[in-house]
Write a new protein. Structure first.
Length: 289
């Protein structure tokens, strides 16, 4: 004697619904895969050969990244950042260095060519400057965000190469610059006209140096500042002296002349060096807590 409970007929509508849902899910996955296959790689994740990447995510709050030394009041924070959950905060000071430096074989091994990138953000309002010195029309401070120590390829004497620098004047105008400071010779370089301003937003700065061709380029928010372009050619060092290797690289902020109290407060994030141009990295939906 058999029992027919009608289970097959009762389950048919449920099974049909499950099949329909699974087919829709499969169609969506295939569509996503097709779009991904046709979409170019995001510049932020392109397979460029990274030489250094520091987003400060692995550093302790209040500290600095492992493998770096500290000069002046700088610390890792988690209240303001460009991506991830941390950045490096440069504390306010009227003058002097506030930066982290990496040196040693890892930096020397980079050699004479690299592309660099970082994001920076300036607290508002920016500081005012003391009255100009006698004979000057406007007060001025020189600033370096990124600099490297090396030996001159021409004179073999110590130099500091400011790979990302600015002039900031009493009117609030900013000029970007590439600058070399020899230990016992006069400094030299190239500079833009004073047409920029330090704003409250995250700003992308990129640079490229090549010792073999004595080439320097600088980009602000993706646009090259042609006034700073140097391309001398092999063995020609005028206004460049790009070394065959750096002994150290520093990231942060230093103003060589004083501001009024309290000085600049700055954040930097997403520092990276590569063999090819790295381009931008998108910020998260929430930039600050």
């Amino acid at each position: 004697m058999g029992l027919d409970l009608g289970l097959d007929s009762d389950l048919d509508p449920v099974l049909d619904s499950v099949r329909s849902i699974l087919m829709r899910m499969l169609s969506c996955l295939l569509a996503v895969a097709a779009v991904a296959a046709e979409t170019p790689l995001n510049p932020a994740v392109a397979p460029a050969q990274l030489l250094l990447a520091e987003g400060f995510e692995g550093a302790p709050i209040g500290g600095i990244p492992k493998g770096y030394t500290k000069e002046g009041p700088v610390r890792v924070v988690d209240d303001i950042f460009h991506s991830g959950r941390k950045s490096l905060r440069i504390e306010a000071a009227v003058k002097g260095p506030r930066r982290v430096t990496k040196s040693g074989p890892d930096i020397t091994a980079i050699g004479g060519e690299h592309w660099g990138r970082l994001y920076f953000r300036i607290a508002q309002p920016v500081p005012t400057l003391p009255d100009p010195a006698k004979g000057q029309k406007v007060s001025l401070v020189q600033i370096a965000f990124v600099s490297g120590k090396a030996l001159s390829p021409q004179f073999n004497d110590p130099i500091e190469t400011r790979l990302m620098g600015t002039h900031f004047n009493g009117a609030g105008d900013v000029q970007y610059l590439y600058n070399v400071q020899p230990a016992k010779r006069g400094e030299f370089g190239v500079i833009t006209t004073p047409r920029f301003r330090f704003g409250p937003e995250w700003t992308l700065a990129e640079w490229h140096v090549d010792s073999a061709t004595q080439t320097y380029q600088f980009f602000l928010n993706g646009e090259e500042l042609k006034e700073l372009a140097v391309s001398n050619g092999a063995g020609k060092f005028t206004r460049s002296e790009i070394p065959a290797a750096f002994q150290s690289l520093s990231f942060g902020f230093i103003n060589y002349q004083p501001t009024q109290t309290p000085g600049f407060t700055v954040w930097i994030d997403d520092v990276a060096l590569g063999r090819t141009r790295l381009g931008p990295t998108a910020p998260p939906a929430v930039r600050a807590k």
